[in-house]
Design a protein around this ligand. Sequence first.
Ligand code: 13P
Length: 248
Amino acid sequence: MRKKIVAGNWKMNQTPQEAKALCNLLKDKVNTTEVDVVFCVPFVDLYPVLEALQGTNIAVGAENMHFAESGAYTGEISGAMLKEMGVQYVILGHSERREYFGETNESVNQKTKKALEYGLIPIVCCGETLAQREANITIEWVRMQIKCALAGIDAEDAKKIVIAYEPIWAIGTGKTATSAQAQEVCAAIRQVLTEMYGQAVAEQMRIQYGGSVNAKNAAELFAMADIDGGLVGGASLKEEFADIVQYK
Ligand code: 13P
């Protein structure tokens, strides 16, 4: 049985002071061992959030990292930096990074490998645009994204990876994929993982759904056979996040 994982993606929200306040608002309500709970926060919020969540079961994640060890990459953050701080997860290949910051399948692959090297758990994002969905190429597209992101990664490492399926048309739009639409793609992702790593490994890997997850739709989405939790944007910045964590 896969343990559900509910992660908040704060995106570019919350100053360090606001981050502390949000942790204090949420931490008792989401401090559970029933599901894995992760707060993925801006780099400057990592210290205050790690401090505020000390002594809880809530893990902390970053929203991006660089694929190099260290060096002349002005403005970037390395896996070593995150690891040393006590960060456990890192979101990689979010569609907003692909769209606005030139993230490619290749860089996502490099970053995923580097994160694993540092013992960070990558949350690897994939998902189609509305045009791709309407052109009926969703499954093909997502399969390709997964194959590229995980290329050259062995089964032992793959097991640790969390995949987040986020249809771009559902992000921040209030337009959630239906549970059937989300399940269809998550099942297709598990299928490609089965082809790459075999059934035993694919069955262990967790696949989240993301895109306008809220307190009302979480239970139905998370009940689907291949959906192992959610990557939550807007609703992770509010008390509503607690209701999503306690979706049952
Ligand atoms: P929303 O939940 O705001 O739609 O964002 C989803 C997302 O992009 C999480 O990574």
